[in-house]
Design a protein around this ligand. Sequence first.
Ligand code: MG
Length: 248
Amino acid sequence: MIAVRKPAELEKMRKANKVVGDALRMIEQYVRPGVTTMELNAILEEFIVAAGAKPSFKNYHGFPAASCMSIDEVVVHGIPSLRVLKEGEILSVDVGAIVEGYHGDAARTFPVGKISAEKQRLIDVTRESFFEGIKEVRAGRRLGDLSHAIQAYVEAHGYSVVREMTGHGIGRNMHEDPSIPNYGAAGSGPLLKAGYCLAIEPMVNMGKYHIEIDSLDGWTCRARDGQPSAHYENTVIVTDGDAEILTL
Ligand code: MG
């Protein structure tokens, strides 16, 4: 069942997602060669708590940190560590927060120092694919219209969309119905209704779409071919007109 949120609930969604959007804007300045992902995670956690919110990733199914830090070929769910960021890498930062029982969720991929033109293009196309998709998000359209728009844009640029990981409904829980694949057929899937809250998150691989989960930590999700991957996510509210993006 996909929840239609009442106006009072949407107000709380806006608050939680503002914390997340602000946190990602804040952390960008700290992403540079020489910093560890654990330091970045600590700065994010402190920011979220100071904003009166609760970091939702921490202890989620046992996840050990307030954010996911995914370097280069890591698609998503990288665990913050003492690993030092190096010039030329790309870092995907995914973060969530809870305010008054409602969840915010968003992600960005940042360059570490100076990066190659190829990696910058991957980051740009991933972000742009979200905005291609969002054009389809309004009451009366189908979820597959969104999925198809993202896939078509990504593949037209020679990249691939991850299959096993998807976006999701969001609200009183971080992950709710529906599951939002970044691939699919236009005109398929559930009808979108005003008041749906969706976390839309293209995960784009420079190479093939296959992924694998690290067997040691059970979290880290990598592109199987070892090529770079980028991530871009915002939480949005479906309306009768343009979607309201809460994390920008
Ligand atoms: Mg998400």
